[in-house]
Design a protein around this ligand. Structure first.
Ligand code: SF4
Length: 686
């Protein structure tokens, strides 16, 4: 049986964008999948769910043909009949045309996200959008809050190379759980501990698998990380750990900031965070006394109404100690802004008309039920074309999302790899290729490589790539743009050329270009990417989003969170599980077996007060609704905190609707963003 090893790139919605070695059997089947050894970030390691990718690639329920719905919405496979690709694309084009004729082009909403992170297969939908003047999409669901917070201080979406973690003496993982969601970070932490005796601190509201491995775990209440960061910086100034020479040279207003922090002392933060003053001071001294300190900033604590302010506060820490100046020091949130890619050709930006309305992807529920805050004087959305996402499960305020998809006057086409719960609400379902079956190019938030991923397997059955489907629709709709006539490889080649980057044939290491700049630039020693070249302790929120007036200029605890009341005393965090990635792996047998069932981690003292035991059913609820899960006693968090890891499909819950029933579609400050971990609930025996 012939077997060869070919290079690829993990396309999933994860910062690691791992370089892969793919075992190909008989030229058409996936064998094992491993991390490629050569790139100095992946270092041969991938997460378990992707190592088992054959389970997903050759899953018996992969979609294989275009389908037309002939039965009830939401009923699954048996409500569909197979049709030809020509018929399917003709019907979709006809439906989009009719909707446009009735309501104008903004009634059509091409809806997408990051089911693949490849630039061609993910973002090509925007070329069709702009060419047809369909509604624009504000990409808020993951990083609107975190981008705003990071860029407020640093000025651009880049930080210190993740490989430098191995050269740190103290690693702080703040608001992330890399053991479960970004395994490569742990590789570099392990090296620092082994070779330098480095310490690991984890800041997370519950004792995650990463926190279990830490030397110190701080578990503040969700939504209070900003207060913790301020109190730590208060101690840094107070006890002489602040690097005043660094701040004088590289920051905007250290004196004003120090004066502001005077009242943000550990006692103040202890009352807000639920931590002890000793914990806060102990961490501050450890951080302040370690120059090679590296903060790996996660997304978790940004998913809150005050998430931008929280992340901004944490990003200020290395500017106070001057850790940025040291090898193995500084911080990283994401390096997706490291390489300037010209997106014009892929996304049709030369056809973008800024007067076309923009809809907030996180508010798809309110949008679909016609909320005037979203639609204004514009038409209702009467046609959706969906790629790379599963909003029936992943979007907040699921009840509204489900009501919206159930509308009889809404046409829906979903291009997918599986019959997701969103696909089962569609009128037309189109089968999609996986990353192993199409060409693309990938950036990685956690590392510094630009990577080419070629098709290494033939498409499953009749599956077509996102790029091919967009081009097929463009032809039928009469959309014009040079990108519609190009192959994915041609688009990549021309985009690299427009970006001033070498062609893929010049990429070393089998298609991987390391874009890490010289040390001075990577560590901002030649200035931060702000207009005045300084790190900003004083954020210019006005330049970032329309709700700027509700955020203070200096880092602070911003008390706009859903902090509960006597009726809803618990703070719910809907955290990512180890074996699912959003909903991408929640249908593979090994992932389901490992995760078990939807489960609430509840403090044992709370279980005791409610006379409940492990495994008992509890009902969690708030004004948006309620749902039943099984409880498990877990002492690694404050008593007010409840954790439900996921994302489980809706059908895994007793009443057919999942955890996002409880999360809010309120936009975070100052420019939107989903607030998945900012939810207060009540908890009763079911
Ligand atoms: S760690 Fe992330 S990028 Fe790497 S294989 Fe797993 S999902 Fe893909």
């Amino acid at each position: 049986m012939p077997l060869d090893i070919v290079p690829s790139v993990c396309p999933h919605d994860c910062p690691s964008a791992c370089a892969l070695d793919v075992e190909r059997v008989d030229g058409c089947r996936l064998g094992r999948l491993r991390g490629a050894a050569a790139p100095a970030y992946t270092l041969g390691v991938v997460c378990a769910k992707v190592a088992r990718y054959a389970e997903r690639q050759h899953h018996p329920e992969r979609l294989s043909q275009p389908l037309r719905r002939v039965g009830e919405k939401g009923a699954g496979f048996h409500a569909f009949r197979a049709i030809s690709w020509d018929d399917a694309l003709d019907e979709v084009a006809e439906a989009l045309t009719q909707a446009t004729q009735r309501h104008g082009s903004e009634t059509v909403w091409p809806y997408y996200y990051a089911g693949t992170m490849g630039l061609v297969q993910r973002d090509g939908i925007n070329r069709l959008r702009h060419a047809m003047r369909y509604s624009r999409q504000d990409l808020t669901i993951c990083n609107a809050l975190s981008d705003a917070g990071w860029c407020a201080g640093v000025g651009a979406k880049r930080g210190v190379d993740g490989r430098e973690i191995a050269k740190s003496d103290l690693i702080v993982v703040w608001g992330g759980n890399p053991v479960s969601t970004q395994v490569n970070v742990m590789t570099h932490i392990a090296a620092a501990r082994r070779e330098r005796g480095a310490k690991l601190v984890v800041v997370d509201p519950y004792r995650t698998a990463t926190a279990e491995r830490a030397d110190l775990h701080l578990a503040p209440l969700p939504g209070t990380d900003g207060a913790l960061a301020c109190a730590v910086m208060h101690v840094l100034f107070q006890e002489g750990y602040a690097d005043r020479a660094y701040m004088a040279r590289y920051t905007d207003d250290p004196d004003g900031f120090e004066a502001h922090l005077k009242t943000r002392d550990p006692a103040w933060a202890a009352a807000i965070t639920g931590l002890s003053e000793d914990e806060i001071v102990g961490f501050a001294r450890l951080y302040g006394s370690t120059k090679r300190s590296y903060i790996r900033v996660g997304y978790g604590f940004s998913r809150s109404r005050n998430g931008s302010a929280q992340l901004f506060a944490v990003s200020c820490l290395p500017a106070v100690t001057g850790a940025w100046a040291h090898e193995g020091g500084g911080a990283l949130y994401s390096n997706l802004g490291l390489v300037e890619i010209d997106h014009t050709l892929i996304e049709g930006l030369d056809r973008l008309d800024p007067s076309v309305r923009m809809l907030d992807q996180s508010r798809i529920g309110p949008v679909l039920i016609g909320d005037p805050r979203d639609l204004g004087n514009g038409p209702p959305v009467t046609a959706l074309f969906v790629q790379n996402t599963n909003p029936m499960v992943v979007a907040p305020d699921s009840r509204l999302v489900h009501l919206g998809f159930a509308r009889s006057d809404l046409f829906v086409c979903v291009h997918e790899q599986f019959m997701t719960e969103t696909a089962s609400m569609a009128d037309i379902v189109l089968p999609a290729t996986t990353f192993l079956e199409h060409d693309d190019i990938y950036l990685g938030g956690a590392h510094t490589y630009l990577q080419l991923g070629r098709a290494v397997l033939p498409p499953h059955a009749e599956c077509r790539s996102n790029h091919d489907v967009i081009n097929g629709l463009a032809e039928r709709l009469g959309a014009h743009h040079p990108g519609f006539a190009m192959s994915a490889v041609e688009l990549i080649a021309r985009t690299l050329q427009l970006s001033g980057l070498p062609g893929v044939e010049k990429f070393p290491e089998g298609g991987r270009l390391d874009c890490w700049p010289p040390f001075e630039t990577g560590h901002f020693l030649d200035g931060f990417p702000q207009p005045d070249r300084k790190f900003h302790f004083r954020a210019d929120w006005r330049a970032i989003g329309p709700e700027y007036a509700r955020l203070p200029a200096f880092p602070d605890h911003v008390a706009v969170i859903d902090d509960g009341d006597p009726e809803r005393p618990f703070r719910l965090v809907a955290a990512p599980s180890r074996s699912f990635l959003n909903t991408s792996f929640n249908n593979t047998p090994s992932s389901i077996a490992r995760e078990g069932r939807p489960t609430a981690l509840v403090h044992p003292a709370v279980l005791g007060e409610l006379r409940l035991a492990d495994g008992d059913r509890v009902r969690l609820g708030n004004r948006q609704g309620s749902l039943v899960v099984h409880a498990r006693g877990f002492a690694g968090m404050q008593k007010r905190v409840v954790i439900v890891e996921g994302l489980w499909p809706n059908h895994a819950f007793e009443e057919g609707i999942g955890i996002n029933l409880l999360t809010s579609a309120d936009p975070g400050l100052p420019r939107g963003g989903a607030v998945f971990h900012d939810t207060s609930v009540w908890l009763h025996p079911a």
